[in-house]
Write a protein that binds this ligand. Structure first.
Ligand SMILES: Nc1nc2c(c(=O)[nH]1)N[C@H]1C(S)=C(S)[C@@H](COP(=O)(O)OP(=O)(O)OC[C@H]3O[C@@H](n4cnc5c(=O)[nH]c(N)nc54)[C@H](O)[C@@H]3O)O[C@H]1N2
Ligand SMILES: Nc1nc2c(c(=O)[nH]1)N[C@H]1C(S)=C(S)[C@@H](COP(=O)(O)OP(=O)(O)OC[C@H]3O[C@@H](n4cnc5c(=O)[nH]c(N)nc54)[C@H](O)[C@@H]3O)O[C@H]1N2
Ligand code: SF4
Ligand SMILES: [Mo]
Length: 703
């Protein structure tokens, strides 16, 4: 028998069919669905291997007196958690307990984590790895549109695009089945990719399919101001749209006036003529889009967002889109390409430090009242806002910080910025509890490890990059010893003496979540498992009770009270650290096709590990020669935060002032990244760190 479900990994949430074989092996096939049309990437095809991985956790583990982890019963493990929580809260108060959640969790689990924090633990200290992922794009969209849904239109709208501007997004590696939706744009010569690397996606612009703009890392804001400058000064803006649907135009004109193309070239390295022609190409396409076809889309990815000015850069991209009249105009559009499997739903249901379910603000008295009524508690008992992820991680183990941390669905020992400092902070904790399927690098530091069910063994919902809510279905039972995570959270709430019940039934939790979201920005109140089971009726939020959902947002109005989008002036500021000075190169980090995130899952899939066994530093051959580092040899990459040794692969795909390192492995990019964060979103500066690269003397080489 086969089960219709979706891939465990990224936000494309490709539709799959899982079939459990007689020998216990599960096979996966791509299922026809508008986003993936039956296709899967290499990670999706190999995902079932993890269900029976030999080193899968099948028993809770407790750290013993000997300092080692030992198998224990679930009762012993949960008792240890409850005792640790009580001790920390007794000694230091409720905020001594923290939760670190994930955009990989189902909506039901993300919602339950938020409720567990506020109701059972009464702590404000909850945040999640989406802070590393979607926070800048989300902050910019909320500021401009009053609402944040990654793509405010169905992905298939791109099938008719004539021009697509992809800013810092490498979908050819990070969401391969999405590339089919760029075919029309490529055929029209309209794929425009902005990336300091000649990424796999930038390569798709070859042979007349489009243009690759290759700015220095972190200079996108200047480039976008330059594009806006040309739009304004060459009279290319959609004046009617700007007048009727936006506010703030005069301030934008002022903010872009100094960014003539020649100056943009000096700052970014993108030729002035290319800045000018790109602006004209976008405006031409926007005009065509308004009359029905071959329109214009602007999309951002982590390359422009994961910077200390990520919110402002995303804002500049939105300003460009608004000047061109794209958002809310059928045939044209603006969006961000959400990352994790439930990166969208994960930022809606209350696991963010400043948020309650339904994408509500935790400081809004009406929101607190509504959610408190659903939970059955007094509004005053709901704590206020906590700390965003990077800040919370820096408080771990400090006297007034978090002393006891619960991690669900993240591996910050590898994926957080300045990971060496994070591992040291985790060691300072009185109690670290990690729920996972594997002994990740973070779980290996834990005092209590809780083995939970994997995606194919649990029921739940995910909200994909388009804001489409999907059913993840159970295809098989978890192995003995492994428990359903939602049931573990409900059990824990009970043991902690929660004043109100927690359900362990996913459909019930979804119904409660839907009630909690009613009237909020991300309103799911018309949805239920029964509605979601009919895939012919796509479920795009807001999906209010009595409605049929919202495939396209902003058609008549934006979500601000006056219905207008805000043009917010932004300016180029200081980078987190001076790049490419004093012999340093700018280290850019990102993804490989074969590995997912911290690699805790994909490094355990043989085919993927064989294809990419470890991190390689991509370095331009000219730079490598200057530094005396032959192709394939070992190099030391270092700065104040850490040192890593990696093999070098020389490639003309990176600029001479830049090097690229993936973050999927321990001892890779995050030993070097900094905890400097965007002041609005709390997003860390993942994408640009100043590093020294040196040849490793022969006698000290490791391999
Ligand atoms: N294979 C794979 N796929 C994934 C994931 C994975 O780990 N592996 N993770 C998923 C998740 S959670 C996410 S968030 C998405 C991320 O998806 P993407 O945003 O596509 O991924 P990244 O590789 O982080 O960054 C994209 C590009 O940004 C470029 N870049 C770096 N610095 C700059 C800059 O300053 N300016 C510009 N313009 N570009 C820059 C990099 O060279 C890179 O090619 O992928 C999802 N899909
Ligand atoms: N240098 C650098 N660092 C980055 C980035 C970058 O571009 N450059 N990108 C950042 C981004 S965008 C992201 S999203 C983060 C992601 O980084 P992480 O937050 O570390 O994400 P994962 O590696 O997916 O970690 C998921 C862990 O949880 C487990 N897991 C998966 N599903 C579940 C579940 O349902 N329940 C439980 N309990 N466990 C589960 C997995 O086995 C794995 O150990 O990394 C960020 N770090
Ligand atoms: S693109 Fe994303 S959702 Fe699709 S198969 Fe690959 S990892 Fe899974
Ligand atoms: Mo992400």
């Amino acid at each position: 028998m086969s089960t219709a479900t979706h891939c465990p990994y990224c936000a494309l949430q490709c539709a799959t069919s899982l079939t459990a074989g007689p020998s216990g092996a599960t096979t996966v096939t791509g299922r026809d669905f508008p986003t993936n049309n039956g296709r899967l990437c290499r990670k999706g095809w190999t995902a079932p291997e993890l269900l029976t991985a030999p080193d899968r956790l099948t028993s809770p583990l407790l750290r013993g007196e000997d300092g080692e982890l030992h198998p224990a019963s679930w009762d012993e493990a949960l008792d240890r958690v409850v005792n640790g929580v009580r001790a920390a809260q007794h000694a230091y108060g409720p905020d001594a307990v923290g939760i670190f959640g994930s955009g990989g969790l189902t909506n039901e689990k993300a919602y339950t984590l938020g409720k567990l924090a506020r109701v059972a633990l009464r702590t404000s200290r909850i945040d999640y790895n989406g802070r590393f992922c979607m926070s800048s794009a989300a902050a910019a969209a909320n500021r401009a549109f009053g609402l944040d849904r990654g793509l405010p239109f169905p992905l298939t709208d791109l099938d008719r695009a004539g021009t697509v501007l992809l800013l810092g997004s490498n979908v050819a590696d990070t969401m391969p089945p999405l590339v089919q939706h760029l075919s029309a744009a490529r055929a029209a010569g309209g794929l425009l990719v902005v990336d300091p690397r000649r990424s796999a996606t930038a390569t798709l612009t070859a042979d007349g399919a489009g243009q690759h703009l290759q700015p220095t890392p972190g200079s996108d804001l200047a480039l976008l101001l330059g594009l806006c400058h040309v739009i304004v000064h060459d009279g290319l803006a959609d004046e009617t749209y700007v007048r009727d649907r936006t506010s703030g135009y005069p301030s934008i004109v002022r903010s872009v006036s100094g960014w003539w193309p020649q100056r943009v070239q000096q700052v970014t390295g993108v030729p002035a003529a290319l800045v000018r022609s790109t602006a004209h190409q976008l405006a031409d396409a926007a005009r065509r889009g308004r009359s029905g076809d071959n329109g214009c889309y602007v999309l951002t990815g982590r390359g422009v967002e994961q910077h200390v000015d990520g919110t402002d850069t995303a804002t500049a991209a939105i300003n460009l889109a608004l000047l061109l009249g794209l958002p809310g105009t059928p045939g044209n559009g603006y969006g961000t390409v959400t990352g994790q499997g439930n990166g969208q739903g994960g930022r809606e249901h209350g696991q963010k430090s400043d948020q309650l379910p339904g994408y509500r603000s935790i400081t809004d008295p009406a929101a607190r009242k509504h959610v408190a009524a659903v939970w059955g508690v007094h509004p005053e008992t709901i704590p206020g806002p906590g700390l965003p992820a990077v800040e919370m991680l820096t408080t771990l183990g400090l006297p007034d910080g978090v002393r006891c941390l619960l991690v669900h669905g993240s591996n910050p020992a590898v994926s957080a910025p300045d990971a060496g400092a994070v591992r040291a902070a985790l060691r300072r904790l009185d109690l670290l509890v990690v729920a996972d399927f594997f002994l990740s690098e973070t779980a290996a530091q834990a005092d209590v490890v809780l083995p939970v069910a994997q995606w194919a063994e649990e029921e739940g919902t995910m909200t994909n990059l388009e804001g489409r809510v999907l059913r993840r279905r159970r295809a098989l039972r978890p192995p003995p010893g492994v428990r359903d995570e939602l049931a573990v959270l409900a059990d824990l709430a009970g043991r902690l003496g929660s004043p109100v019940p927690f359900s362990d039934d996913p459909a019930e939790v979804f119904a409660e979540l839907a009630r909690a979201s009613a009237g909020g920005r991300a309103d799911y109140s018309g949805l239920s498992y029964r509605v979601l089971d009919d895939e012919d009726q796509p479920a795009f939020w807001p999906y209010r009770a009595g409605s049929t959902g919202t495939p396209r947002l902003f058609l008549d109005r934006f979500a601000h009270e006056d219905g207008r989008a805000r043009l917010v002036p932004v300016a180029v500021g200081q980078p987190a650290e001076a790049l490419a000075r004093d012999g340093t190169v700018a280290l850019v980090s990102g993804r490989l096709l074969e590995h997912y995130q911290s690699g805790a899952q994909t490094r355990r899939v043989r085919e993927l590990a064989d294809a990419r066994p470890g991190p390689e530093l991509e370095l331009n051959p000219v730079t490598a020669r200057r530094l005396g580092i032959p192709d394939g040899s070992e190099a030391e990459v270092s700065n104040d935060r850490g040192t890593v040794r990696v093999h070098v692969r020389t490639t003309r795909q990176v600029r001479q002032d830049t090097a690229f390192l993936p973050f999927h492995f321990p001892g890779s990019a995050n030993e070097l990244t900094s905890v400097a964060t965007d002041p609005v979103s709390g997003m860390p500066e993942f994408k640009a760190a100043a590093v020294h690269v040196r040849a490793v003397p022969e006698e000290t080489r490791t391999a």
